[in-house]
Design a protein around this ligand. Structure first.
Ligand SMILES: Cc1cc2nc3c(=O)[nH]c(=O)nc-3n(C[C@H](O)[C@H](O)[C@H](O)COP(=O)(O)OP(=O)(O)OC[C@H]3O[C@@H](n4cnc5c(N)ncnc54)[C@H](O)[C@@H]3O)c2cc1C
Length: 354
């Protein structure tokens, strides 16, 4: 049997960041990931936006999360000789009079991250809009696809990845050690996105999965140094390819792309964009969101060898590096997890099962 300190289940944003900090801390690990083309991380736009929602509220903990993400993605990028994060602005074309007012009100009360658009005509070469625009700055754009594939390649090269479905029924638990396949391990940490919502250890947690659909669209001649938003967003993704999305659905029958979304998204694009375009992909995925919009980070109160990093919802790019680090610090006995994210807040619920 091969000994390893931690088995990490899943290699989306959560699993990738957890491994990164384990590696940095010199803690041995193996990853078990079954590639799923509908995993949330594979379809994220990669945006870290400090201002969100109809009322333009400042995102939870952004003052801490954004500099942390800049540093962490920057360091991981240096490790691979790649750029994993850039600063970017979101050009927010007001879709309604209410949104013009919300922007103005927020700017008067607190101008942080907002700049009113002075030159009203600046974008008329590319877009149709009649209520003006403002910009949100600074935002970050994280290159999720590049990060996941670089990290996966590194895991493979170092013989740290098992590409198969993790089967809980094969986990043998003893007092201080567990066995899975040919590994002896002290901890198993689930970073398996939506799958944890039906894992017997964690199914009692208030998950609230949310469906997102989007398109990848080829557009020649559109500047790729900004995000363009008018209700939906066009985000630079690859050369000449923009990510268009996304929907945010609480009620859905399945996780498949729907004809209705595609029809609406194309109608939106034809109305907004003056340039020709071609749809190259239509995707959908379930976000591992939570009822209280806070992540699940920590160890099971009754089974302290079983951990979780999940519930990243719509904010995986900023939450994953930060909370993965807190989880590894906790494992080392060198720090605590923010109580608003710490799994221990569900102690009573989790103690009822298993
Ligand atoms: C359309 C869309 C757009 C988004 N845009 C943004 C954005 O711009 N900015 C942002 O911050 N966030 C965004 N998000 C949210 C972000 O994608 C998620 O918060 C994040 O990706 C969740 O990462 P995760 O690692 O927890 O889960 P996942 O990405 O789902 O990863 C889980 C991994 O575990 C594997 N797995 C699952 N079960 C098993 C098993 N039993 N055995 C082995 N492997 C298993 C899966 O195959 C997968 O590889 C978006 C989400 C969607 C759907």
């Amino acid at each position: 049997m091969e000994k390893t300190e931690v088995i990490v289940v899943g290699q989306g944003l959560a699993g990738t960041w957890l491994c990164w900090w384990l590696y940095k801390a010199g803690i041995s690990f193996k990853v078990i990931d079954h590639p799923n083309p509908r995993s949330a991380s594979l379809h994220a736009a990669g945006l870290i936006n400090p201002v969100t929602g109809r009322r333009m509220v400042t995102t939870w903990m952004i003052e801490e999360l954004m500099p942390f993400a800049n540093q962490a993605y920057g360091d991981m990028g240096d490790f691979f000789g790649e750029i994993f994060i850039d600063e970017i602005s979101v050009i927010d074309f007001f879709p309604s009079v209410q949104m013009v007012q919300a922007f103005r009100k927020r700017f008067e009360e607190d101008p942080a991250y907002l700049l009113p658009g002075k030159d009203r005509e600046k974008f008329t070469r590319w877009f149709r809009y009649d209520l003006g625009w403002g910009s949100i700055h600074p935002c970050c754009l994280v290159y999720v696809e590049k990060i996941l594939s670089n990290w996966r390649g590194w895991l493979k090269k170092n013989n740290l990845l098992v590409e198969e479905v993790f089967d809980l029924s094969k986990l043998r638990k003893a007092e201080n050690e567990m066995e899975y396949l040919n590994f002896k391990t002290r901890y198993v940490i689930f970073c398996d996105g939506k799958s944890s919502s039906h894992n017997p250890y964690f199914e009692k947690l208030p998950f609230a999965l949310n469906k997102g659909e989007g398109l990848l669209v080829e557009i020649d001649g559109l500047p790729a140094n900004q995000v363009f938003k008018k209700g939906m967003s066009l985000v630079p993704y690859r050369e000449n390819i923009f990510w268009l999305g996304s929907s945010y659905e609480w009620e859905f029958d399945d996780d498949q792309p729907s004809a209705l979304f595609k029809k609406n998204a194309e109608a939106w694009l034809q109305h907004f964009l003056k340039l020709p375009y071609e749809v190259v992909e239509h995707f959908s995925a379930l976000r591992p969101a939570t009822l209280e919009r806070r992540p699940f980070v920590g160890f099971h109160p009754q089974h302290p060898q079983i951990g979780i990093l999940n519930g990243l919802g719509t904010k995986g790019c900023s939450l994953a590096p930060y909370f993965a680090r807190q989880l590894v610090n906790k494992l080392k006995g060198e720090g605590n997890i923010n109580p608003l994210a710490d799994l221990s807040r569900f102690e009573k619920i989790l103690m009822r099962r298993i």
